[in-house]
Design a protein around this ligand. Structure first.
Ligand SMILES: Cc1cc2nc3c(=O)[nH]c(=O)nc-3n(C[C@H](O)[C@H](O)[C@H](O)COP(=O)(O)OP(=O)(O)OC[C@H]3O[C@@H](n4cnc5c(N)ncnc54)[C@H](O)[C@@H]3O)c2cc1C
Length: 460
């Protein structure tokens, strides 16, 4: 170890890398982090945080509309994109500085540079300097992918650029149906744009419960977002200051901005993986074991670059568990089951656990409890909206194995429901919990009537 400059070199100062670096340093390790762009990574700089700030901004629109039914006369509201972006940028800069301060307080050295693995104990920095490290952690995250190239793709933006548009676009066409596509559709629509969402498959939010997908589809359209499924963008043509978007059904749509939110790929290229013997898994991420160790004994990887569950709290958990394992003498595996997740669309989606389809494939008997109802606020606002709540229950053990909500506050509900689901709460436990009235969440503990029950079909 004596010839090492540091005990741990972390490549990438995002959610996973920063947590791992800080905890390892607190265990007494000499740690260096390289970050090629901005400390904080995707979540802080161009992901969760700025997105949620834009979501907040976009929701005032609906609030102004809803206010009338409660007796308010709201004067014609005006929105200024540049004010929002400047305020958002100020907050992001504050957070970035806070990340730097936390690392320096823990004694971590940060280098603002791209880093590449030269050999299992050597890191090459952009200025040619080399750093010798006992262990290496790869936490390089992911990058937006545009899918197969189409003519004019250079005109399209990804979520990265959406946070920095110089002008607010009045007509936006988004390709994609995942959570980032759906969230940006809500942001742009809420801020006043005409939005069309184009998705290649039969419905948005693949991987979510089918009822959630269908419910959100209807709700988005009720808010004026055009959702076009089973179609793709085939070309983007410059038409003066605007674009003409060619769609696979032969239609052309005018747009001021075209956004592709067609997935993300792990950052595994040109960082010296192949040369060092670090292997890539079938999912395109770095292959790791339960302790985030790669095929090379002293090289580890956490977060989106491993493409396990691409969420900030998961990257943080993995980074923390890595530090506990390697520097804290506490071998720790991350439990990737029952991770709650949200879509900050309008209305919101919050889920934890199995979808109905997953449960029916895995369990001998699956019971479904489902309600759809008009939220109290809509009675006076007059908004055409309904809330969906669904519990997926193991029919044999009575355990609640899935909870799915679409409606205001769904993300907050999913976080709390996750505690119950993680603890193995049964439907009887939910029923025994007295409702908190008047809330939307109370419906989760008052769903008495089973809406469906399925026995697993025998495998052929
Ligand atoms: C638009 C959007 C919205 C999102 N919303 C949510 C949300 O609401 N909730 C949620 O939980 N998750 C959300 N995510 C996902 C979340 O941001 C990621 O899961 C999380 O940031 C992953 O952390 P990470 O440490 O693996 O990687 P990142 O945070 O991406 O950090 C990787 C860092 O490595 C740096 N880097 C890469 N290569 C090198 C190199 N060779 N040398 C030096 N530095 C390098 C990058 O610049 C980056 O800063 C969102 C993502 C996006 C894009």
């Amino acid at each position: 170890m004596a010839d090492h400059d540091v005990d741990l070199f972390v490549i990438g100062g995002g959610s996973g890398g920063v947590r791992a670096a800080r905890i390892a340093a607190e265990y007494g390790a000499r740690v260096m982090v390289a970050e090629e762009y901005r400390l904080g990574g995707t979540c802080v700089i161009r992901g969760c945080v700025p997105k949620k700030l834009l979501v907040y901004a976009s929701r005032f629109h609906g609030e102004f509309e809803d206010a009338a039914g409660f007796g308010w006369t709201v004067p014609q509201a005006a929105f200024d994109w540049s004010t929002l972006i400047a305020n958002k940028d100020r907050e992001i800069a504050r957070l970035e500085a806070a990340y730097g301060a936390t690392l320096s307080k823990a004694g971590v050295e940060v280098v603002k540079s791209r880093a590449v693995i030269a050999d299992p104990h050597t890191i090459q920095l952009a200025n040619g300097e080399r750093v010798r490290a006992g262990d290496i952690l790869i936490s390089t995250g992911g990058t937006p992918s545009y899918g197969k190239p189409i003519p004019g793709i250079e005109h399209a933006i990804s979520s990265n650029e959406a946070f920095h548009l110089p002008e607010f676009p009045c007509r936006v066409v988004i390709q994609g149906g995942g959570y980032i596509a759906v969230e940006f559709a809500g942001i742009f629509a809420g801020l006043g744009a005409q939005v069309t969402l184009i998705y290649r498959s039969e419905n948005i939010l693949r991987g979510f419960d089918d009822d959630v997908r269908q419910h959100l589809h209807v709700e988005l359209e009720a808010r004026g977002i055009r959702v076009v499924c089973n179609r793709t963008i085939t070309a983007i043509e410059q038409a003066g200051a605007h674009y003409s978007v060619h769609v696979s059904d032969g239609n052309h749509l005018p747009a001021d901005q075209v956004m592709f939110a067609t997935g993300r790929v792990p950052n595994v290229t040109r960082i010296g993986l192949k040369e060092t013997g670090v292997e890539i898994a079938k999912n395109g991420g770095i292959a790791v074991d339960d302790y985030s160790r790669t095929a090379v004994a002293n090289i580890y990887a956490v977060g989106d670059v491993t493409n396990r569950i691409n969420l900030t709290p998961v990257a943080i958990r993995e980074g923390h568990a890595f530090a506990d394992t390697v520097f804290g003498g506490k071998p720790t595996k991350v439990d990737h089951t029952n991770v709650a997740t949200a879509v900050f669309s309008e209305p919101e989606v919050g889920v934890v656990g199995l979808t109905e389809t997953e449960a029916r494939a895995r369990l001998a008997q699956t019971d479904i409890y489902k309600v759809m109802f008009r939220p109290m606020k809509a009675t006076l606002s007059g908004r055409a909206t309904s809330v969906l709540m669904k519990l997926v229950v193991d029919g044999l053990s009575d355990r609640v194995v899935g909870c799915h909500v679409v409606g205001e506050g769904a993300a907050e509900m999913a976080q709390l429901a996750a505690v119950a689901v993680k603890m193995g709460a049964t439907k009887a436990d939910f029923d025994a919990t007295v409702a908190l009235h008047p809330t939307t969440a109370e419906e989760l503990v008052t769903m008495r009537k089973k809406t469906a029950s399925y026995a697993r079909e025998a495998a052929e």
